[in-house]
Design a binder for this molecule. Structure first.
Ligand SMILES: C[S@@+](CC[C@H](N)C(=O)[O-])C[C@H]1O[C@@H](n2cnc3c(N)ncnc32)[C@H](O)[C@@H]1O
Length: 293
């Protein structure tokens, strides 16, 4: 796990800061912009501006990290409806990360109300204030998600923001998605930045419909999932064909306790035995089609 002195702020394209994780060998956000990603990939994709008009909103923030997604959600909701009651469950392996974000004043452009909430959550792992009740559950999300499920929490919005599937496959498996699905309200929406075919088929295999969210900063779309999706983009023909290739074989973790290496090896084995089209053939075909346009 990263220690506080390993977490030094790095500037992203929109002027907001992120950290680089030495433990996972990956930045916490895309270099295009941490703040932009939170707003575009998570808050707007889960239709929170619309849901803010209700009296209350429930959010499940998987991989809370520096807290950008929750901060952007609270900011957006309260700008639209300052009286909206927000309940948040945030899951995070390493409590040092949100504390380092606060120590480095990374979210100082947020309103005082939101900054106060995030400071309290990082320090006390809990908020009980007018307008916001929140808990930061520390540990492996595969276990802490069970607590959320046991409390029969049904989220209007789920933010799924782990490191990439090759780096953190534990949080991209069909079995993990099945528990997430049980924590999603029938009208709720899950959003993630990933457009990986394995993630999309994994979500479908877990029983959810999927769609795309608009690109933010880069060309690729993100993914949204739910029981009754509205207002999202349909997958393009290229994206749909991607799901018929070997890359679409999902990650699996039958006991929700496997190591990352075991989950990756299991998928590689399944890919080896697959009769699906090799992904590089799909890629070549679409490179040619797109070049001809
Ligand atoms: C891409 S970053 C999330 C960025 C975050 N959403 C934000 O807005 O700052 C991934 C986060 O997942 C956490 N993480 C890694 N493995 C985890 C696990 N098994 N369970 C819960 N959190 C995990 C990391 O500590 C890191 O904070």
């Amino acid at each position: 796990m990263d220690s506080a002195d390993q977490l030094t702020p790095q500037l992203t394209g929109d002027g907001s800061f992120t950290f680089y994780s030495q433990a996972f060998g990956e930045a916490f956000h895309s270099h295009y912009g941490a703040h932009q990603e939170a707003i575009g990939k998570f808050v707007y994709s889960t239709l929170l501006p619309e849901k803010a008009k209700q009296g209350s909103v429930k959010i499940l923030d998987v991989c809370y990290g520096l807290g950008y997604n929750t901060a952007a959600a609270l900011e957006t909701i309260w700008q639209i409806n300052p009286d909206c009651q927000v309940q948040v469950y945030a899951l995070e392996l390493n409590p040092v990360v949100p504390r380092a974000a606060m120590a480095n004043a990374i979210l100082q452009t947020e309103s005082l109300r939101v900054q106060t909430c995030l400071n309290t959550l990082a320090r006390d792992l809990e908020i009980q204030s007018p307008g916001c009740r929140a808990k930061l559950l520390v540990g492996d999300a595969r276990q802490t998600l069970q607590t959320v499920h046991q409390h029969q929490f049904l989220a209007d919005a789920i933010f799924l923001d782990p490191f990439s599937p090759p780096k953190c496959p534990q949080l991209w498996t069909v079995e993990f998605f099945q528990v997430l699905r049980q924590c999603l309200h029938s009208q709720g929406c899950l959003a993630t930045y990933s457009c990986a075919a394995a993630v999309r088929t994994g979500l479908m295999e877990a029983g959810l419909d999927i769609g795309a969210s608009p690109p933010v900063g880069r060309r690729s779309t993100g993914t949204v999932a739910g029981y009754a999706l509205t207002g999202c983009l349909a997958l393009s023909p290229q994206e749909r064909e991607h799901l018929q290739t070997v890359a679409a074989i999902p990650y699996r973790d039958l006991t929700l306790a496997d190591t990352a290496a075991a989950i990756v090896a299991r998928r590689q084995q399944e890919q080896k035995c697959s009769t699906l089209e090799p992904t590089k053939i799909w890629k070549k075909r679409w490179l040619a089609k797109n070049a001809a346009l």
